[in-house]
Write a protein that binds this ligand. Structure first.
Ligand code: HGY
Ligand code: MN
Ligand code: MN
Ligand code: MN
Length: 414
């Protein structure tokens, strides 16, 4: 089968217009987006995406987790489809491109196939995975985790946001609980285009990241139990101070992650003090430790050390310490033959490229459990993401989508 011609390119202006159109839905307060999963804004973005897919002649399926699958028919109806996707949900202070570029880049690839009358042997399925971010309902990549058979549907439906609302109830409320059994679909292959969300590609002056691996992750939810008490009248030697224990654990976490360099990260993004009143020592402190590494031994070693030392810190202060893993996947090796398609596409199209390990987790990590999968990355400005200041250039968006388009055509067989 001949490789796609080097002049085969997507329509970068049309892609950019679609990105800017989607960015109007769930605007943030500083130029980015707040389109959190299963909110009314998410529902509005889903409806716009569905209208675009239908206008491109695709048929829409939705599964019981709310993941959207838009199918472009192939020449061979018995051939398993090539899935191409990412996510439209955002962080509360998210950017306009994290996830969205992958979904709308996949749609642009289909629009270009339509323009050029390209027929593929394998159907193409453009996918919007529900709840990739895990910001509102932990863990991240929840829907793709259920799809891959790693997480079960009841567990997922029971996940709660900070207001105590459940995933299942919110999915029904916005009217996006689909009929399809989650994971019943079989994939021939899976591709995902994503911004790097880190500084490497821009610093190295490369247009394309050929993603060979993704680092593994643990999300460990700590619940520290102290004694709520008056911050003024309680003598220092009579305090059971969960806040102090938290501070010492944060310091220890930093030390463990630095000792695991190179190739490890550790931090905390969310803390809940209760009663969270200025003049009350916290009765309880809940926070999620996020540790990651491409090295399996390092990843699991960091987890063991952090849990052991956190228990010691709390025991010293008389603070209760409970830990629950609320998210995990092992380091991922993407499918070499698909990685090669991405590399060849970048070469053919004249884009500079380099191998890269994904620092962020993606739905591709779970897709890789059930089918050959890989990713294409493009740079982002100063490596900023999960921040409303996230920015990319139109050229980077077009380059990444051109490469995605070519790699998908290779696998879908024109
Ligand atoms: O947490 C992650 O890596 C992804 O952005 N959900
Ligand atoms: Mn993402
Ligand atoms: Mn993200
Ligand atoms: Mn593991």
């Amino acid at each position: 089968m001949a490789a796609p011609g080097e002049n085969l390119r997507i329509d970068g202006d049309r892609l950019w217009d679609s990105l800017m159109e989607m960015a109007k839905i769930g605007p943030g307060i500083a130029g980015g987006n707040n389109r959190q999963t299963l909110t009314d804004e998410d529902a509005e973005g889903r409806a716009l995406f569905r209208s675009w897919c239908e206008a491109a002649g695709m048929t829409m399926g939705v599964d019981a987790m709310g993941t959207m699958f838009a199918t472009r028919a192939g020449e061979d109806p018995d051939a398993l489809p090539v899935y191409v996707g990412s996510h439209l949900d955002t962080q509360p202070t998210g950017g306009k491109y994290d996830g969205v570029l992958g979904v709308l880049g996949a749609l642009e690839a289909v629009r270009t196939m339509n323009d050029l009358g390209i027929k593929t042997k394998h159907p193409i399925v453009v996918t919007n995975w529900a709840n990739e971010e895990g910001a509102r309902f932990a863990p991240a990549m929840l829907a793709s985790g259920v799809f891959a058979g790693v997480l079960d549907l009841d567990y997922a439906y029971g996940r709660k946001d900070l207001e105590g609302k459940t995933y299942g109830d919110e999915l029904k409320r916005i009217g996006w609980q689909g009929e399809e059994e989650v994971g019943a679909r079989k994939m021939h292959a899976y591709y995902e285009l994503h911004i790097e969300q880190g500084p490497i590609l821009e610093a190295e002056g490369r247009d394309i990241g050929v993603v060979t691996h993704c680092q593994g992750l643990w999300w460990l939810e700590f619940t520290l139990t102290g004694k709520a008490a008056h911050t003024g009248s309680t003598p220092m030697d009579m305090r059971v101070n969960a806040g102090l224990a938290m501070g010492r654990i944060f310091e220890m976490l930093q030390e463990v992650a630095m000792a695991a360099q190179p190739g490890a990260v550790g931090g905390v993004g969310q803390v809940t003090f209760s009663p969270n009143s200025r003049n009350v020592l916290p009765g309880s402190v809940v926070f999620t430790v996020d540790i990651r590494s491409p090295d399996q031994a390092k990843l699991d070693g960091m987890r063991a050390e952090i849990e052991t030392r956190a228990a010691e810190i709390c025991a010293e202060l008389g603070v209760g310490c409970a830990v629950e893993p609320v998210g995990h996947f092992d380091p991922v090796t993407f499918a070499p033959e698909l990685v090669e398609n991405v590399r060849n596409a970048a070469e053919r199209l004249g884009y500079s490229h380099m191998n890269i390990i994904s620092g962020a987790g993606h739905d591709a990590c779970w897709a890789a459990k059930v089918a050959p999968a890989t990713m294409v990355m493009c740079p982002c400005v100063d490596g900023i993401s999960h921040n409303e200041a996230e920015e990319i250039s139109q050229d980077w968006a077009a380059a990444g989508t051109d490469v995605l388009f070519h790699a998908v055509l290779e696998t879908a067989e024109i």
